[in-house]
Design a binder for this molecule. Structure first.
Ligand code: PLP
Length: 354
């Protein structure tokens, strides 16, 4: 029995990815070896890594002579640190739209002056600030495109004349953007790319090497690039499974094709939420996320009824983050639309139980 998994991450992957990954654990590409035992320097794995890195740039429509993709260990929280180490000379601008931005800001403060040029903390991160000016003196502007915990999402890429850095952990590859507007894009892979245990970093080559600081090797994007992403043992299984998912996305028609599906899923769920008097959405409508829908019942005695209905419908991982409470339905690329329909039915049924 397959559950309807609304987890915010690690999240559901396409079922074909599970079967292909399982197959590779037993016998990787008919080699008589498991993917878990092959060398990260074997030609077979180097081909996997190169295909995955190329596919990332292709799906983002980025020029491979200007941008590089890296699969690194440490996940998004490590990039909170690696970004300022690699990019900050003296001061950087950050937009604070939630828990993850707050953490990114705290890390950056260890390396220079951080100006929080806009924040939505005043209304518990329920919206995206749009009124800010980015002075050209900053080394870069950092923002979080989708706020996984609060359920808000930037509707447009911020305009800035300085390098643009984005934590895209929870909406990467979910919608078409002009990816060439960015200088660094990073994401923990466990939300829309693959299994937990890595981060994906896409970097515009020319932005590196300008800080004048000496950077410890494992933190240095350039060091990883100089070694073709094999400076040290790669996360072999994680990269392979990410590749399977990227292939799935590419075969489907790429980011534009999945965006249409994501729109439909979000529309169906928000239509149900908006149509039910007993539910309040937690994010302001204009900024609500197509990936993570946050909501709560006005009468919280309904929580127990809803929990039981979810249990019966095989819906799992729908509790809100502890910072926000209520519920959160995460609808990443691989969540089938049928799962959204099941959730909508459960919500509709509650109307009669309320
Ligand atoms: C989950 C998440 C992170 C943290 O990811 P880790 O992989 O746990 O380090 C950072 N930013 C955003 C937007 C996230 O959703």
């Amino acid at each position: 029995m397959k559950m309807h998994n609304f987890s915010a991450g690690p999240c559901v992957l396409p079922s074909i990815v599970y079967s292909q990954a399982a197959e590779a654990v037993l016998n990787f590409e008919n080699s008589g070896l498991s993917i878990l035992e092959i060398s990260h320097r074997s030609s077979a794995f180097v081909a996997v890594l190169e295909e995955a890195r190329d596919l990332v740039l292709k799906l983002m429509n980025l020029d491979a002579s200007q941008y590089s993709a890296l699969f690194l260990q440490g996940s998004a929280s490590m990039e909170f640190l690696r970004v300022p180490v690699n990019l900050m000379r003296s001061k950087a601008a950050y937009i604070n739209t939630g828990t993850w931005s707050t953490k990114a800001i705290a890390e950056a403060r260890a390396f220079g002056e951080v100006a929080v040029i806009a924040s939505s903390a005043d209304r518990n991160f329920s919206y995206i600030p749009t009124d800010f000016i980015v002075d050209s003196q900053f080394d870069y502007l950092h923002f979080t495109s989708n706020n996984t915990i609060y359920g808000t999402q930037f509707t447009a890429v911020p305009q800035a004349s300085v390098p643009l850095v984005c934590d895209m952990s929870s909406d990467i590859f979910s919608r078409v953007l002009d990816f060439s507007a960015f200088d660094v894009i990073y994401a923990g892979v466990q939300k829309n790319i693959g299994p937990a245990g890595s981060s994906l970093v896409v970097v515009k080559n020319e932005v590196l090497g300008k800080t004048g600081r000496s950077i410890p090797s494992m933190l240095d994007y350039q060091q990883h690039l100089n070694h073709d992403n094999l400076y040290h043992t790669a996360n072999v299984f994680g990269v392979y499974t990410s590749l399977l998912n990227l292939r799935w996305l590419n075969d489907l028609g790429g980011v534009a094709a999945i965006e249409a599906k994501n729109e439909e899923k979000a529309n169906r769920l928000y239509r149900a939420i908006d149509g039910l008097d007993m539910i309040t959405g937690m994010a302001e409508r204009e900024f609500r996320s197509k990936m993570n829908a946050t909501f709560r019942f006005k009468d919280n005695s309904l929580d127990a009824v809803f929990d039981e209905c979810c249990r019966q419908a095989n819906i799992v991982n729908i509790k809100g983050h502890r910072n926000v409470g209520g519920y959160r339905a995460s609808m990443y690329n691989a969540l089938p639309i049928e799962s959204v329909d099941v959730l909508v039915q459960v919500l509709e049924q509650l109307k009669h139980k309320a």
